[in-house]
Design a protein around this ligand. Structure first.
Ligand code: CP
Ligand code: NVA
Length: 316
């Protein structure tokens, strides 16, 4: 016989470890909350739903945008922040991740982690009493894609049915775009150099129905509504830098690629960018680029995400 849980049983903790951790319906809610929370911020309206709540941020890799957007965002919601890095905590002295999770989640209300393997954040989450958010792993960067989709919607409306061209590495950003395409009904045109392809199993996809592979990056851009790329060498892969520079030489988003896309195509890059490598200065600093909106929107969408994970479907 299955035991009936007591009426007062706490709601199960929801984590955000990959893009598929929220449903399409959850995204509709979070994206609309992000727009409202952004409006309040621009109007200097105080909004403190997370008063007395604490966010722990754990960084095992460098960051500018993720750190500032989570920290500023949590203060703006009335909460506070604890910042830990591998170098200044016991995480760097081999304390097991499971023990760190048990301890940190007894003292804080929500945790954001930037680390290496996805397995590490999953182990942390499975021992955490509070929601855990992926602030980037080798495999995924869901907060970034959430911001990118919000930015696309702000500029062009719904992303359903649209074409996103991914030019470059089959990395954490590419994997997350593919998860988003499957969930939110758009198509990704993927062009990666040989040896740097996306691995469908690592990306956690159900099928190959929502993406198409192109050898030539210019062909991937043809007819796209959005062209996007990322650094040739992600954090943690620095030893491969010289080999990657050679392999990726033809995967620079330039004006010719943007001309192959739709005339009103947007350009996005999660940043930091290397002008003259994965993107030309003319493109990233040009009229189709929305990279600064994209960076700012990290903060608005993450505020909506934290509100959702801690308070559920708020409508105020
Ligand atoms: N895009 C992004 O995550 O930037 P940071 O590495 O600066 O956090
Ligand atoms: N793919 C890049 C994204 C940086 C925000 C990296 O993992 O380093």
């Amino acid at each position: 016989m299955t035991a009936t849980p007591p009426a007062s049983a706490p709601a199960p903790v929801r984590h955000y470890l990959q893009f598929t951790d929220l449903s399409a319906d959850d995204y509709a809610h979070v994206l609309s909350r992000a727009a409202e929370i952004k409006r309040k911020f621009k109007a200097y309206e105080k909004y403190h739903p997370l008063a007395d709540r604490t966010l722990a941020m754990i960084f095992e890799k460098a960051s500018t945008r993720t750190r500032v957007s989570f920290e500023a965002g949590m203060y703006q919601l009335g909460g506070s922040v604890v910042h830990l890095t591998t170098g200044d905590s016991q995480l760097g002295r081999s304390e097991p991740i499971e023990d760190s999770a048990r301890v940190i989640s007894r003292m804080t209300d929500i945790v954001m982690i930037r680390t290496f393997g996805q397995d590490k954040i999953e182990r942390f989450a499975s021992h955490s009493r509070v929601p855990v958010i992926n602030g980037l792993t080798n495999e995924f960067h869901p907060c970034q894609i959430l911001a990118d989709i919000f930015t696309f919607i702000e500029h062009r409306g719904s992303i359903a049915g649209k074409v996103v061209a991914w030019v470059g590495d089959g990395n954490n950003m590419a994997n997350t775009w593919l998860q988003a395409a499957e969930l939110l009904d758009f198509t990704v045109h993927l062009s990666t150099p040989s040896g740097y392809e996306v691995d469908q199993a690592v990306a956690g996809l159900r099928s190959s129905a929502s993406y198409k592979i192109f050898k030539d990056p210019q062909d991937a851009c043809r007819g796209a509504d959005l062209v996007t790329t990322d650094v040739w060498t992600s954090m943690g892969y620095e030893a491969e830098n010289e080999a990657r520079k050679k392999a990726f030489a033809n995967w620079c988003v330039d004006e010719a690629m943007m001309q192959a896309a739709k005339p009103d195509a947007l350009f996005m890059h999660c940043l930091p960018a290397h002008r003259g490598e994965e993107v030309s200065a003319e493109v990233i600093d040009g009229p189709q680029s929305v990279v600064w909106d994209e960076a700012e929107n990290r903060m608005h969408v993450q505020k909506a995400l934290m509100e959702f994970l801690l308070l559920g479907r708020v409508t105020a």
